[in-house]
Ligand binder design. Structure first.
Ligand SMILES: *Cc1c(COP(=O)(O)O)cnc(C)c1O
Length: 347
């Protein structure tokens, strides 16, 4: 592999631009009592009258400690969807560059590629839902900037094999983005631990799934300090609001509570799979390392509509590559799953 060169991947306009310098960037309090008359805020205290910390320092300190990395390797966003959008805007020149995706996978990569006028080169997973490394490397060219690997993958629920990812990290000259939205449900540790070995690795995570905070919108991005610096330069100054920073902090500090919920969901996943196996129109249940189950049925659209009529909303994945007649069930509470199974038994 020729040496990875971040500088050749960053868009010229991003390299040339100066970031917006917000009031809270220009003066950072050292903790002493100051009179803040710099940001045109309303001075009357209500807990939210001040702009939030644009660098989310307290929150990053907690995350850095829990993940065992330095704060300079962390960027936070308004959901991981904002983080993914920042990656397009930092590295992909509209109408010129391309990204590689591996369907069936998370739909936002396509949406963001379309929004940013970036060609998406789709290389469908093999029937075992693992990447076809040879085929991927064949479609890559000098303008291939990002390769998206979702692991555990949505909607197929499996982990992408470590060896395949390593091959891609070593052979691909662009940036490999590993989307770990579901990693907390998986029986494998995070790729964050490999950051120091791969300068072209970006890992994204979220508080939307395992941490039970989809409503606050907090996405996490882990990468080299060089990559994080570029993303910091282009992110909206106050992209993570004060309410989000507070709620995230509280939840992160309750690690025990989060771990117990994750354990409960994994336990319930087992129970649900066992029950689904007894439904005769369910033909196959795919192995899962996430908080959902993908199953092949006789007629996905028919079953989806039948469940909807009974007040149960699942996801019909039948139009996705390799996913003909599949349904995706999120693992709910024991009560919700019981209702689901009871309804399925009567169809
Ligand atoms: C749900 C999901 C996300 C979530 O992103 P947020 O914007 O942080 O809520 C990201 N990636 C994948 C693969 C997902 O399924």
């Amino acid at each position: 592999m020729t040496k990875f060169n971040l500088n050749t991947l960053v868009r010229d306009n991003v390299k040339a631009m100066k970031p917006y310098s917000s009031a809270r960037d220009e003066y950072v309090s050292d903790g002493s009592e100051m009179v803040f008359l710099d940001a045109n805020e309303n001075p009357f205290e209500n807990g939210l009258n001040r702009y939030p910390d644009p660098q989310q320092r307290s929150l990053k300190a907690v995350i850095a400690k829990q993940k065992g990395i330095n704060e300079s390797h962390i960027l936070l966003g308004n959901g991981s969807d904002e983080v993914l959008d920042l990656l397009f805007r930092a590295f992909c020149q509209p109408q010129k560059d391309n990204v590689i995706t591996l369907p069936p996978t998370y739909g936002m990569y396509t949406v963001l590629a379309n929004l940013n006028e970036i060609e998406e080169r789709k290389v469908i997973l093999k029937p075992d839902f693992q990447p076809d490394v040879e085929a991927i490397l064949k479609v890559v060219d000098a303008n291939s900037k990002l390769l998206f690997i979702c692991s555990p993958n949505n909607p197929t629920a499996n982990l992408i094999a470590i060896e395949k990812i390593k091959q891609l990290l070593e052979a691909f000259q662009g940036i490999v983005v590993i989307d770990e939205a579901y990693i907390d449900f998986a029986n494998q540790s995070t790729w964050v631990e490999e950051l120091s070995n791969y300068p072209n690795l970006i890992v994204t995570q979220t508080l939307s799934k395992a941490y039970g905070l989809a409503g606050i919108r907090l996405g996490l991005c882990f990468a080299s300090a060089e990559i994080i610096a570029i993303l910091n330069k282009i992110k909206p100054p106050y992209n993570v609001n004060e309410l989000t920073q507070k709620a995230a902090m509280e939840r992160l500090l309750d690690k025990k509570g989060v771990d117990e919920e994750i354990k409960g969901i994994i336990e319930e996943r087992k129970t649900l799979i066992k029950a689904l196996k007894n439904i005769d129109f369910i033909k196959e249940i795919y192995p899962t390392e996430a908080n959902f189950v993908l199953a092949k049925v006789d007629d996905a659209t028919k079953r989806y509509n039948e469940l909807l009529a009974k007040g149960i909303v699942i996801r019909n994945r039948t139009t996705q590559a390799l996913c003909e007649n599949t349904l995706r069930f999120t693992v709910g509470t024991p009560e919700e799953n019981k209702v689901l199974v009871e309804v399925l038994e009567l169809l």
